[in-house]
Design a protein around this ligand. Structure first.
Ligand code: HEM
Length: 402
């Protein structure tokens, strides 16, 4: 945090982590975008940008905008982090490079092809059962249940103890933001139920089921590509960043499709558009709406002077509706060319799990589109209140079978 503020610092007086901001996400995004290319948020002492072109500049210059200080609000090189920083997400080259290379290989398109059939069988069975029930909660019973089943299996996590996964991830995404009530509540749950011990055990090689992503990562350590300690940290990355981002991405997409029956009809007529519907869902309502960088030295961004060791938050959700980049940005349109949305970031840290997230989402959304004619809300959807995520924990629906 700077000790003094120059008077000409452009200021935006908001609290993006308040409940009111969560309840009105589009208004928040609009305010951030409208405020300027990059503006100072005094309540927490960080810069924020919601403009596509400015965000690209930040993402594409890791020397000026570093990840090694942490991608949340804490400066992890100066202040005590809540856990050991990630060796991929919260690292710059050269630390980042070998870890990224290994994870990118484990999660490549070729690797996804091997999983596709297994995912399809699971998705079909899950959707068949729900269609028979007719009334269910599409957020918890599908958007949550599907990734929660297939991802831990793909990683090779033990079947026991998976109830720890969501609380851990929730703590992770709360810990990136201010140390508010949400963070304290999430931390209490995790401490009380022994989740840290569970995660530490899952990171160990001997506990990973052979053949999964986890054992493939350790194989790279045995081959000398990365250290054994880093292999464990990469397994942790799945637990931290791999499940609820996808859960809320699928939920947000389903919500958009429920609100737009015309788009659902287009999808039903051609379920191969499911991947496209998901990417447009991510553009329309990014589940991971913000990510940060820190300036190792004083610099300039879009003509604004930024001090050394200041945080710059990229409000991805706002950029994904930037009218300078997108036509009809507030329109959910599954036929749109979505290439270039920022929900997965871009540059050297662009989401390394995006292939698996897409495969999961595409499989489950396509299964639904083949079997369901109409989805109707039966109650009010309920949003989640997690500092650095956006989504729903409840979307009660009734489906009309095809
Ligand atoms: C819809 C689902 C997902 C969304 C919206 C999402 C979002 C993101 C974003 C925005 C970044 C960039 C972070 C940065 O630039 O600092 C990122 C990076 C990352 N994501 Fe994802 N993610 C998703 C799914 C996944 C999955 C399924 C995995 C694991 C299998 C995963 C693992 C990672 C990792 C390890 C990184 C760090 C990559 C690096 O630093 O090189 N994510 N993700």
């Amino acid at each position: 945090m700077p000790t003094s503020l120059p008077h000409d610092r452009p200021v935006l007086d908001i609290d993006p982590f308040s409940d009111a901001a969560v309840d009105h996400p589009i208004e928040l995004d609009r305010a951030i975008r409208a405020a300027g290319d990059v503006v100072w948020v005094p309540k927490y002492g960080f810069w924020v940008t919601g403009r596509d072109a400015v965000i690209r500049e930040v993402f594409n210059d890791w020397q000026r905008f570093s990840s090694a200080y942490g991608t949340g609000l804490t400066n992890v090189l100066r202040d005590e982090p809540w856990r050991k920083p990630s060796r991929i997400l919260e690292a710059d080259p050269p630390v980042h490079t070998p870890n990224r290379k290994v994870l990118a290989r484990v999660l490549s398109i070729a690797a996804m092809r091997k999983l596709a059939e297994e995912f399809r069988i699971t998705a079909e069975a899950m959707v068949d059962r729900l269609v028979e029930e007719r009334r269910f909660d599409i957020a918890s019973d599908l958007a949550f249940a599907f990734p929660f089943k297939v991802l831990p299996e793909s990683v090779g996590l033990q079947p026991e103890g998976r109830h720890h996964l969501m609380p851990y991830s929730e703590l992770n995404f709360n810990a990136m933001g201010p140390k508010n009530e949400r963070y304290l509540a999430a931390r209490k749950i995790v401490e009380e139920q022994g989740t840290f011990e569970y995660v530490a055990a899952q990171m160990a090689e001997e506990n990973l089921i052979e053949g999964g992503f986890g054992s493939q990562i350790y194989a790279a350590a045995h081959a000398g590509e990365i250290t054994h300690e880093d292999a464990g940290m990469l397994v942790r990355a799945f637990i931290s960043a791999g499940i609820d981002t996808t859960v809320f991405g699928i939920g947000n997409t389903l919500m958009a499709l429920i609100e737009r029956p015309d788009q659902w009809d287009i999808l039903r007529a051609d379920p191969s558009l499911a991947r496209q519907a998901f990417d447009e869902g991510l553009r329309f309502m990014a589940p991971s709406p913000v990510i940060g960088r820190t300036t190792p030295a004083a610099t300039e961004l879009a003509g604004v002077a930024i001090g050394a060791e200041e945080k710059v938050l990229m409000w991805l959700a706002a950029a994904n509706r930037d009218p300078a980049r997108w036509e009809r940005p507030d329109d959910y349109d599954i036929r749109r060319k979505t290439v270039g949305h920022l929900a997965f970031g871009t540059g050297i840290h662009a989401c390394v799990g995006q292939m698996v997230a897409r495969l999961e989402a595409e499989t489950v959304i396509a299964a639904l589109a083949r079997k369901v004619k109409r989805i109707e809300l039966t109650g009010a959807p309920e949003r989640i209140y997690i500092n650095w995520l956006r989504g729903y924990h409840a979307i009660p629906v009734e489906v009309i079978p095809a």
